[in-house]
Design a binder for this molecule. Structure first.
Ligand SMILES: *Cc1c(COP(=O)(O)O)cnc(C)c1O
Length: 402
């Protein structure tokens, strides 16, 4: 195996994101294959006992076991790190494995974390239920309120954890302010960047320390595999994440890593086209529903901030209907092209009712506090012709009395 671009990584780090997504981190075997090789192997063999001893002693480069290293997985990790502009990346079996590893690898009993109120349901579960069981205190704040982050800081605060835009309220948090505040207090900021990926938003450029992903979403982008990733500096990845990951084993399968590598080749193209489509469809939806939450529209309270930190609006937005769950379900049931599905980032347009699906477990009070009403619908705009999506929504809205 050798790097196609030579051993000097610094030569490849200057490539722009779209190039990294296609080329970054490519290694080729002696066969010279065009597409990355899939090493579906759990273990490795050695020519002699001295070789394996040297590898275990850390005196010789080389793979020893796929929980520790795998060539296909390593290519994906290098490509994501180059895309993100991070020193290093490790991938995990799902987005939630990534979030759990990114938090548990650095937090201990007696520590404190501040997290955002509006977030993916399972991310909230980590802070509400898992971390407190291990003696880690968690404060939940309105992520759009910069002063609330500062007010929540305690002497033992170790981590700020949030996503932007947030699922499904589309709240936009101020990356530069919040990450800067964290740095000034020696707090590690962990940003869940699943809604954008590095194609549309690069938190490290705004001072973030760690960027964590559900690669299930835009990175795969075709609804095939679960995957996660954590990016950060050498010290965080090597000294904190790696010992945790190697010994607890939330590893991504080489097959799924290969699928995500194929997904990344078209990430830039998909993220931009889906954003263009989401803007066109969003403008149509804005005229038909009482409330739309779309980061690129004038009605969004943080539109300016969104445009400062994102390159495009991304594929996802939400809307709020006056007729509650009944009307929201009626819209979903009337769809002919768009699928009823709770996934996002997919190349197909998908729509869901968060209160009865992704945020069902939070209960009515939890949802109320997060700003998720019974009339909210979330949509992921795919790669179909946006005019077909508009026609489908038009007829579904009409059938639901909008
Ligand atoms: C989907 C999602 C996750 C969880 O990722 P999985 O791959 O489903 O485990 C975490 N955060 C956000 C913002 C997500 O959209």
């Amino acid at each position: 195996m050798k790097r196609t671009t030579g051993q000097d990584r610094s030569k490849t780090t200057r490539w722009r994101a779209a190039t990294q997504a296609v080329r970054g981190g490519t290694w080729r075997s002696e066969q010279g294959e065009t597409s990355e090789a899939l090493f579906l192997t759990s273990g490795y063999t050695y020519d002699d006992a001295a070789t394996v001893a040297a590898r275990f002693a850390g005196e010789q480069d080389g793979m020893t076991y796929s929980r520790l290293q795998n060539p296909t997985v390593a290519m994906l990790e290098e490509r994501i790190a180059l895309l993100e502009g991070a020193d290093a990346c490790r991938v995990q079996a799902s987005g939630m494995a990534a979030m759990t590893a990114a938090l548990l690898c650095q937090l201990s009993a007696g520590d404190h974390m501040v997290t955002a109120r509006a977030a993916f349901g399972s991310c909230r579960w980590l802070g509400d239920h898992l971390l407190p069981r291990f003696g880690i205190d968690v404060t939940v704040v309105d992520a759009t309120d910069n002063a609330a982050w500062e007010a929540a800081i305690r002497p033992n605060t170790k981590v700020f954890f949030f996503e932007t835009p947030a699922n499904p309220t589309m709240d936009v948090a101020d990356l530069e302010y919040i990450c800067g505040l964290a740095r000034a207090h020696g707090i590690t900021s962990v940003i869940d960047n699943a809604f954008c990926t590095a194609a549309l938003q690069r938190p490290l450029e705004f001072g973030a320390d760690v960027v964590a992903y559900s690669a299930t979403k835009l990175m795969d982008g075709q609804g095939r595999v679960l995957a996660g990733a954590v990016c950060g500096n050498e010290e965080f990845i090597n000294d904190k994440l790696l010992p945790f990951q190697r010994n607890t084993g939330p590893n991504l399968s080489p097959f799924n890593a290969w699928v995500v590598l194929k997904g990344l080749e078209t990430l830039d193209l998909r993220a931009r086209r889906q954003s263009e489509n989401a803007l066109k469809v969003g403008k149509f939806v804005a005229d038909r529903v009482p409330v739309i939450r779309h980061p690129w529209l004038d009605s969004h309270p943080q539109q300016k901030l969104a445009m400062k930190q994102m390159d495009a609006c991304g594929p996802i937005f939400s809307m709020v209907l006056d007729g509650g769950r009944e009307q929201a379900h009626a819209v979903l049931d009337a769809l002919e092209l768009i699928d009823i599905s709770n996934n996002i980032g997919d190349s197909r347009s998908l729509m869901c009712h968060p209160a009865s699906t992704t945020h069902h477990n939070m209960g009515p009070e939890g949802r109320e506090a997060m700003g998720i009403g019974e009339g909210m619908l979330r949509i992921n705009i795919g790669l179909e012709d946006p005019d077909d999506l508009i026609e489908d929504l038009d007829q579904a809205f009409s059938k639901a009395g909008l």
